[in-house]
Write a protein that binds this ligand. Structure first.
Ligand code: TRP
Length: 355
């Protein structure tokens, strides 16, 4: 069943990969042609998986001179849960993580769903452009539904890919960095843009997916890294907590440390983590430990992680010490996104003869 639903995604992944290579060339040549839209659900602190995956890529695109918009997808929190948690503090922590990781609010716009009414209003015409059957076929929605167990699917869960189309198109994002699992969403955004234009005249450009080849970091227990599993090193964790998590990390009984992800997933994951932090090749990092065993590996990884995160954590503490920074950054970002989305909605209403 899984293979069935993954088969079409794999084909489009191949195409997206080729297209991404072209896009990278174009980014280097002409960064001002692009506007990146990306985002996160504010559900918890960011961890090392986010840092080496999405955050590093966002910083890279920002440094390349591209306009980057980062959405705090607060309405998306309630796709699969009733409880928003302590949303104000989750949002603050999310912003601090990203600012500390090197996203510069002078160059990167941070904004929230809930602060940009025109974005959400686009959901109405967009919903008319897709069929329920299409939404039910979305492999990512299916996978997320499976992950939430027996919980019945909410209307928002079924339609959140359409909301993501509104996220992207409302602010004129034309480049969306995604992992493979989010490719079907981007495909749907392109479909919606195309169908809108067919019905109402040229209004939207179809955005491109930028597939990022993020290293797959597992948690300290060798399974998918996730805060809820207690196996993730959060950026905001202190050095002692980091050391404690790594001391408990899963290893195996072989004394000689090697990098063999298929045969030794847990040990290789620790090796990869240490190597990423040191900017080294995993084989070289493993060879550096040699036959000194798991305890030496954990000690080396702990040192590498804490050293790598030290400047980020210091910046984070400085930013957190001024409670005015995050609200200010968000207010400015919200205002900018609001302006972009208002202009888009105005064009949509004109196209639909609703102005
Ligand atoms: N679904 C994304 C996540 O869970 C967050 C998100 C919301 C997003 N809207 C988006 C990502 C638009 C890219 C583009 O991380």
């Amino acid at each position: 069943m899984t293979t069935l639903s993954l088969a079409p995604a794999d084909d489009s992944a191949g195409r997206a990969q080729a297209r991404s290579a072209e896009l990278e060339t174009e980014i280097a040549r002409c960064p001002e042609r692009f506007r990146v839209l990306t985002g996160d659900r504010p559900t918890g602190p960011l961890h090392l998986g986010h840092l080496f995956g999405t955050l590093a890529n966002r910083v890279r695109l920002q440094q390349a001179g591209i306009e980057v918009l980062v959405l705090v997808a607060d309405y998306q929190v309630i796709t699969d849960r009733d409880d928003l948690g302590d949303l104000p503090s989750t949002v603050t922590e999310l912003l601090l993580d990203q600012l500390a990781a090197g996203l510069d609010p002078e160059r990167t716009t941070f904004f929230r769903h809930s602060a940009v009414p025109a974005l959400n209003q686009l959901l109405l015409p967009f919903l008319s452009l897709v069929s329920v059957a299409e939404l039910q076929r979305n492999p990512t929605v299916k996978a997320e539904l499976d992950a939430t167990g027996q919980r019945p699917m909410s209307g928002l869960m079924l339609t959140y890919p359409v909301h993501q189309a509104a996220d992207i198109l409302s602010v004129g994002g034309n480049l969306v960095p995604v992992g493979r699992d989010q490719l079907p969403h981007l495909e749907l955004t392109r479909t919606i843009a195309r169908r809108f234009d067919q019905r109402y005249g040229p209004t939207f450009a179809e955005p491109d997916a930028l597939l990022s080849e993020a290293p797959l970091l597992l948690g300290t227990d060798g399974t998918k890294m996730s805060k809820s599993r207690g196996n993730a090193i959060a950026l905001r964790d202190d050095e002692d907590r980091t050391a404690a998590l790594l001391r408990r990390a899963t290893t195996d009984a072989e004394r000689t440390i090697s990098y063999e992800p298929a045969r030794r997933p847990a040990v290789s994951n620790l090796v990869l983590l240490g190597a990423l932090c040191r900017g080294e090749d995993p084989q070289a990092f493993a060879a550096g430990i040699g036959d000194r065993g798991a305890a030496a590996l954990k000690a080396a990884v702990t040192e590498a992680v804490n050293e790598h995160l030290r400047p980020l954590r210091r910046r984070r503490a400085e930013l957190a010490a001024d409670p005015g920074i995050v609200p200010e950054v968000l207010a400015r970002g919200n205002a900018h996104a609001d302006e972009l989305a208002d202009a888009t909605l105005a064009r949509v209403r004109t196209a639909m003869q609703m102005d």
